[in-house]
Design a protein around this ligand. Structure first.
Ligand SMILES: [Fe+2]
Ligand SMILES: [Fe+2]
Length: 262
């Protein structure tokens, strides 16, 4: 793939499972709010398997760079999920409940609709990479923030190594999206942009619903520094051809914060 050798090689050089030791987690006691957030993180890690299957159903497993990346991405994210579950096994907490209750039905639809909506379009691999870049960017920021807030060294170390790996996934998806964006016609670019605005939601929202998502992360967003880093996702999306000014995260935060305050 022209222009693609560098980012694929970079990913290949750094691939591999994170290392962690379940026995070390037995001494860690997390506060319940922290454990609930890690519970959501574990769910999201486990959902990668669904995303990979969706990618396969779109034919992305036959695209050279994604054919290499997707299976490795799948096992690396699954390992994040396993490590988080091992840590959570020692904790006592109430798992967060999605709200409104219709979220689980909606989530099933969300999981199927993008595949049906974009599956036959030439923009599908582009959109898949853009959504991946946006999600991995936010995941990197969230794990780095969790590592900063953790006071157990074993947990901090785990969260930091997950954050580093999410950053590598982000780098792959962003480069893969840019290569495809550069080759795309203006008409296909405009169509991709409309589809993206219609289907994009921040990670965690399809799993929890906006209400529970805001209950869990609303306090963090009042921290100006954290909010700034999250909104930087829009600057990253701006750097992908055809997507400048899409303002996905800023528009979401404007609408949810208005709902939460109102
Ligand atoms: Fe992950
Ligand atoms: Fe990742």
């Amino acid at each position: 793939m022209d222009g693609g050798v560098d980012y694929l090689d970079r990913f290949r050089c750094q691939q591999g499972l994170i290392s962690w030791n379940a026995a070390e987690f037995g001494r860690c006691r997390l506060n319940t709010g922290f454990a609930r957030i890690l519970h959501v993180a574990a769910l999201l890690e486990e959902d990668t398997a669904i995303t990979v299957r969706q990618g396969d159903s779109l034919g992305l497993d036959r695209v050279p760079d994604l054919a290499v990346f997707l299976p490795q991405w799948d096992v690396e994210e699954a390992e994040h999920g396993r490590a988080l579950r091992a840590l959570l096994a020692y904790q006592e907490y109430e798992p967060p409940q999605p709200s409104p209750p219709s979220v689980s039905r909606r989530r099933r639809l969300v999981a199927r609709v993008p595949a049906q909506a974009v599956g036959r379009l030439p923009q599908a691999p582009f959109l898949f990479c853009v959504l991946g870049a946006a999600a991995e960017y936010v995941a990197t920021i969230l794990y780095a923030e969790l590592a900063k807030r953790s006071d157990a060294p074993q947990v901090t170390q785990l969260l930091r190594s997950i954050a580093r790996q999410e950053a590598r996934h982000f780098a792959f998806f962003l480069a893969a999206a840019r290569v495809r964006g550069h080759r795309m016609s203006a008409v296909n670019g405009r169509l991709s942009r409309s589809v993206l605005r219609a289907i994009w939601e921040p990670i965690g929202v399809p799993t929890l619903g906006t209400t529970t998502w805001h209950t869990m992360f609303g306090g963090w967003l009042e921290d100006e520094h954290f909010r700034h880093r999250i909104v930087m996702m829009d600057r990253i999306v701006d750097s992908i051809p055809h997507l400048e000014g899409a303002r996905l995260m800023a528009a979401f935060l404007d609408s949810t914060c208005t709902v939460a305050r109102g």
